[in-house]
Structures are given as C-alpha cells and as structure tokens.
Design a binder for this molecule. Sequence first.
Ligand SMILES: [Zn+2]
Length: 87
Amino acid sequence: MVVYPGLNIRGTCENQSCLGYHKGVWVKKEYGQMSLGHIRAKNNCPACKEPMQSSSFKTLGYRCAKVEFEGVKIVNGIDVDFNFKDE
Ligand SMILES: [Zn+2]
C-alpha cells in the first residue's frame, strides 16, 4: 500500500484478476481545491489501471497537506451548515 503526499482516496477494485480485488486500494489525487464528486469520479485502480466505480470510495486520507472541509451536514433530515478546518 502506497500513500502519496496530498490527498488520497481508498476504494475497492472489482477486477477479479487484480491483486487489489475486493481489497482496499489507495488512489493518488492532486493537490488543490476539489469537490467530493470530482474526487470520486474517473479513478483507475493503481494496480491494474482499470476504471473503478465511484461508489467504491468510502475513505479519504491526506499526508503532508493542509486540509479544509466545507459542506452541509444533515441531522434528522434538516440541513445544518458547518465548516470544519483541520490544520
Ligand atoms: Zn485493480
């Protein structure tokens, strides 16, 4: 398992001939401002290079990076705006 500086996301490869089949694989993302939809879209498995389903990505991690999250949190069906900063 290799995690690169910056943002990385962890998903599951569905290619049965891949060493990462049904195991978590980390996909390197770029530095910069990104939306969650952009982060999960159009990723290829680092082991077999096959496209991965965006729904397979459940975890993200970062290394050597300053990160800020912005979003909307939904509690009991009610949108509650929040800003989270991790420095
Ligand atoms: Zn794969």
